[in-house]
Design a protein around this ligand. Sequence first.
Ligand code: IDP
Ligand code: MG
Length: 155
Amino acid sequence: MEKTLIILKPSCVQRALVGQVINRFQRKGLTIAGMKMMQLDEQILREHYAHLVDKPFFPSLLRSMMATPVIVMCLVGKEVVSVVRAMVGATNSRVAAPGTIRGDYGMSGQENIVHASDSPENGDIEVARFFKPDEIFTYQPITTPAIYNDQERNY
Ligand code: IDP
Ligand code: MG
């Protein structure tokens, strides 16, 4: 089953947008397989943002991501990684399309409300980075037949 890791960043927590962002994922028909609040530290962020550690903005990104606790979520659904990336929008909130989470709620390239995995492979890696196996739940929501047809639901 395809998984994606969502982080509701300190910009989301500080601005009291947690409920609105979760509501968007739920009304889309995605399933919450795991969710918790945690304080990120430099060690996990250096791993999670390994592709950015040499960028000049990395110290600022670190401070930003540790400013408050965050909410981490594992969402599942058919092609959930690409579906969620489209819902999240471009990295820079100022250029993210209206209707996307970043486009609707943000004005910053850094303070952009939400993280979402960028490939199914990274979805698995990132969920394993932030969750223990017993924190991820497998269940079939009763709404499934209204969300997917018979073929689609075998994801
Ligand atoms: P993504 O979050 O859209 O996948 P990445 O390139 O993976 O974008 O960057 C991770 C995070 O690093 C972004 O969400 C943003 O918070 C921050 N970031 C990326 N580029 C910049 C930048 O040029 N200035 C400041 N922060 C940035
Ligand atoms: Mg990224």
